[in-house]
Design a protein around this ligand. Structure first.
Ligand SMILES: *Cc1c(COP(=O)(O)O)cnc(C)c1O
Length: 391
């Protein structure tokens, strides 16, 4: 139906902040609403006979889906995109589309906990084998490949350590061996990093995080070529992973401020991280924008912004976190990330609860480690909140 929205649109030539607002929508005519309306109808009237295209919410082709999918594709520099019911739905349907029983997946070991469960439990139960590699060991990727390997998966920047992976050797390997490279780019958002420009074939986002940005919608995004996205859509349709029009509308509304939000979050996180390096109660600060970060040079090279995520290690260790978290007044103790409210969480009780204290410390998450998602409050107020909580 709305195929007429794109051809006369100058979208491709526009910059990202503009695309975030106008991308994928035709210039409105007099009388049109300025805001894309929510079309909550699940089904649409069919012409009699054999239709070209049946519009149905689960098929991800109704008006709110079409607009936000075109916009996301433009933001990532992709041919096409698909919005799914959650970030996990996006990763699961992508894997279902790429892998068959007998196939093999090579993944970075440094990935989101839900993705780890999918790879450790669900894929093997379907006859798909998975090998995890420490992503910074450059030869480990090639060594992990087998005759049955079909895809490579990684996440960057990494939760919760904020490590930044060098995709160049991995994408060269994927190209050389004809494997699909799938990148979870949730932490970066297309404002800070666009994996397709660095050799990825498929980009995944938890749209729940920066893309929506307001803690009020659950969504996932897959970006790539038309053919890859269409394969994922086939899985989405039968596994029922499509969001409701209202969720799509909220995602589209959130996207309008993506560029300005992420740039402000980049600036605030850098200011807070820099302040934290001087504080005696903080033993270590993890932020890619600091020269002390192990990947700082790479981050300067490949990222357009260092992001809104940072981590602090308290000098008082595991015993110091509880009292400090109880004293915070602005920064909210809650899971998730990437929204307007600043949040803090403790990986030893959330994403990394299944590991022992020693095992966590070995991967850079000692007790006393706190993960912060910096929101849009004034950074000076956030610093004052941290300072009073650390007193
Ligand atoms: C939150 C998150 C996910 C899962 O997204 P949901 O929308 O919660 O399903 C996947 N990857 C990363 C990096 C995340 O932060």
């Amino acid at each position: 139906m709305s195929d007429d929205l794109l051809p006369d649109s100058p979208s491709a030539a526009l910059r990202r902040a503009t695309l975030a607002i106008h991308g994928g929508r035709a210039h409105p005519a007099p009388g049109d609403p300025v805001v894309q309306p929510i079309v909550q109808s699940v089904n649409h009237v069919l012409p009699v006979g054999m239709p070209d295209d049946v519009l149905y919410t689960r098929y991800a082709n109704t008006p709110n889906a079409q607009v936000v999918q075109r916009r996301l594709a433009l933001l990532e520099g992709a041919e096409a995109s698909l919005v799914l019911a959650s970030g996990m739905g996006a990763t699961a349907c992508t894997m279902l589309s790429l892998l068959r029983p007998g196939d093999h997946l090579v993944t970075s070991a440094w990935i989101y906990g839900g993705t780890r469960k999918l790879f450790d439990q669900e894929l093997p139960a379907m006859g798909i084998t998975v090998t995890s590699v420490v992503p910074t060991e450059s030869r480990a990727w090639r060594k992990a490949l087998t005759r049955n390997t079909r895809a490579i998966f990684l996440e960057s920047p990494v939760n919760p350590t904020t490590r930044v992976l060098d995709m160049r050797p991995i994408s060269a390997l994927a190209r050389e061996t004809g494997l699909a490279l799938v990148v979870d780019s949730t932490f970066a958002s297309p404002v800070n990093f666009r994996p397709l420009e660095h050799g990825a074939d498929v980009v995944i986002h938890s749209g729940t995080k920066y893309l929506n940005g307001h803690h009020d919608v659950l969504a996932g995004v897959v970006c790539g070529s038309e053919s890859v996205v269409d394969e994922v859509r086939q899985k989405q349709m039968v596994w029922g992973q499509t969001p409701d029009p209202f969720a799509l509308w909220l995602l589209e509304r959130g996207l309008k401020t993506l560029d300005v939000r992420v740039k402000r979050q980049n600036a605030s996180a850098l200011q807070i991280a820099t302040w934290a390096t001087q504080h005696p109660a903080i033993a270590r600060v993890h932020y890619p924008g600091l020269p002390s970060h192990p990947d700082h040079a790479l981050a300067c090279d490949v990222l357009d912004g260092f992001g809104g995520m940072l981590a602090l290690e308290l000098a008082g260790g595991g015993d110091a976190t509880g009292p400090m978290l109880e004293r915070l007044r602005l920064i909210t103790h809650a899971p998730s990330l990437g929204g307007v409210d600043s949040l803090v969480s403790e990986p030893r009780y959330t994403s990394h609860a299944a590991m022992t204290s020693q095992a966590r410390a070995a991967i850079g998450i000692p007790d006393g480690f706190l993960r912060f998602s910096i929101g849009l409050e004034d950074p000076d107020d956030l610093i004052a909140d941290l300072a009073q909580a650390l007193r």
